[in-house]
Ligand binder design. Structure first.
Ligand code: PEP
Ligand code: MN
Length: 263
């Protein structure tokens, strides 16, 4: 179902009116983790003004250490809904367990499947039974074929609303957190009719690399970006080292708008 062979035209994924794969370039921005309500609303307003068309924030966080902050949980989903009410931005958030699928269907616009869950087949099957748009991140050591098959798991259940998200893969390199594989864009677009977006934040893991990779992503023909932004990156509850400030994000968006006109 994900294969271009059976679906020649590009698929368009409609996120509450944002048409990814067609007229809208997805700009999904926000903090790594959902934090205090007032800060999230203030950030959401700045991101929208800068050109974001969806707001991201993790309520359930897949942290490497069990002692690290695990996310606000359902309280995070409530806060995301306040952000949506105050800004109108559709919400993207990561679902880690089938336990909360009903709450996610109820309160987010896009279910994010994180890199660590790309091959959590029970989760993919459960999401396949909903009709929610899915942002399917590439596993950190997954081949593109495996990634395509994960989309197939979601689609096999009847949910065709899958968006791929390349977020860097593990390599021998240690100067960056992961290595951004921009070749995924032409490969996935040839193999599949589904849109693909780029997350330079988790690929780089360091702030200064993100603008150049975001610009390269636009020119590669990607259908959108996911970028972590925080008002005060030094004090972010997770992934602060790779968050842009709202000003940096806004400046980047101006360049991206220009590039989108060329592309
Ligand atoms: C995230 O989006 O904050 C995240 C944990 O991403 P990934 O699954 O790509 O590591
Ligand atoms: Mn993160």
């Amino acid at each position: 179902k994900a294969n271009r062979q059976f679906h020649e035209d590009d698929s368009v994924i409609d996120i509450d009116g944002v048409k990814v794969g067609a007229e809208n370039f997805l700009v999904c921005a926000g903090p790594c983790s959902v934090e205090n309500e007032d800060d999230m609303v203030a950030l959401g307003k700045k991101l929208k003004a800068a050109g974001a068309n969806t707001f991201r924030g993790g309520a359930f966080k897949p942290r490497t250490s069990p002692y690290a902050f695990q996310g606000l949980g359902l309280e995070g989903l409530r806060i995301l809904n306040v952000v949506k009410e105050e800004t109108g931005l559709p919400i993207v958030s990561e679902l880690m367990s089938t336990d909360y699928i009903d709450e996610f269907v109820e309160s987010v616009d896009v279910i994010q499947v994180g890199a660590r869950n790309m091959q959590n087949f029970d989760l993919l099957k459960a999401i396949g039974e909903t009709d929610k748009p899915v942002l399917l991140k590439r596993g950190m050591s997954a081949t593109m074929k495996e990634w395509l098959m994960s989309a197939e798991y979601v689609m096999a259940g009847g949910n065709d609303n899958v968006i791929f998200c390349e977020r860097g893969v593990r390599t021998f390199e240690t100067a960056t957190r992961n290595t951004l594989d921009l070749q995924a864009v032409p490969v996935i677009q040839k193999e599949s009719h589904l849109p693909i977006v780029i997350d330079p934040s988790h690929a780089a893991g360091v702030r200064h690399i993100i603008p150049s990779m975001a610009k390269a992503a636009v020119m590669s023909g990607a259908n959108g970006l996911q970028i972590e932004v925080h008002e005060d990156p030094e004090n972010a509850w997770s992934d602060g080292q790779q968050c842009l400030t709202p000003d940096e994000f806004s400046e980047l968006m101006q360049t991206i708008d220009m590039l989108l006109e060329i592309e």
